[in-house]
Design a protein around this ligand. Sequence first.
Ligand code: DTR
Length: 313
Amino acid sequence: AKAIKLTYANFPPAPTFPCVQMERWKQEVEKRTGGKVTVETYPGGTLLDAKDMMDGVIAGQADIGCLCMSYQPGRFAVTNATSLPLGIPNAKVGSQVLWDLYNKYKPGEFKDVKVLTMFATAPSNIMSRKAIRTLDNVKGCDLRASGGAAEILKAWGANQVGMPMSDTPEALQKGTVQGLFSSVEVMKDFKFAEQCKFVTLTDTVIYPFAVVMNKAKWDSLPADVQKVMEDLAAEQCVWTGEYMDNHCAEAIDWSKKEQQVEVITLSAAEKAKWDESLAPITAAWIAANTAKGLPAAQIVADIKASIAAHAAK
Ligand code: DTR
C-alpha cells in the first residue's frame, strides 16, 4: 500500500501544550497504523496561523489543524458555551465535557471538516506584572484574553484586550498588556514568569480547542486508518486534559521556585465578590443564543450535568 502523508498545522510554539498533544497524536497514529501513515507537524504558525486555522483546513492548505475556538467566539457558539462560568474544575473534566457536548450537538459549523478530537485548558487565572489582590485592583488593568474568558474579564472591570496566545509574548514585552488571563502552564512554556511576577488564582473558565481534518482528505483515507483515528479521539481528549492539569501544577512550582512569583489566593469573602459579578453572564448568553435559535438553556443544562458526571469519576 502507498504511504499516506498528512500535514498537521498548529499556531503556538513547539513546547506549548497544543503542540505537545499534536506530537503525541502523531506518534500514536504512526504506531497504530504500523507506519502506513506519517504525520508532518508544523508548530508555531509555520503552515497556518491561529485565526486562519479552520478556513485553512477547509481549503486544504493543511490536512489537519489545531484551533482554539475562543478566538472565534461567534463561529463556534455551541462549543464555546463551555467557556461560561459554570465551574469546570480542571482540564480533564473540561475536555470530556467539551467532547460530550460536541458529540451531542454536532454543530453545523463543523460540517466541512472531520473533527479528530477536542480538549480544554485548565481553568483560567490572572498572570500580571502588578499584584492583583482585590476586585478593585483589576479595574482598568490591561489584560489579554479571548472568547468566554474575555467576557469574564469585562465583568470584573478589567480593560480586556483580545488576541491569540501566539501574539501575547510581544504584547507583554511592549507593554500593550499588563498581564493575561489563561491557564497557568504558559508561565513556564512561554516564560511569562520572567515578566509576570504575580498569579491571582481565580480558577474560572477554560478555553476549548478542536483538532480538525480536511473533509476530502478524511474521505480519502482507508477504513482501517479512519478507525485508528476515531478510536483515538476520546483517549486523546483525556490524555491532553491530564497532561494540562499536571503541567499547570509543575509550572506553578517552577514559577515560585525559579522565578520568585507570588501566587495570590483570594479570601472566601473576596472570591464571593468576584463570583457574584459573573452571575449575569450565563443568563445573558442563554437569552442571546435562544434569540439566535440555539437550544441555549438545554446546552447549559447539559454542560452542568456533564461536569457533575465527570467530576464524580
Ligand atoms: N488560554 C488560551 C489557550 C491557551 C492556553 N495555553 C496555551 C498555549 C498555547 C496556545 C494557546 C493556549 C489562550 O489564552 O489563548
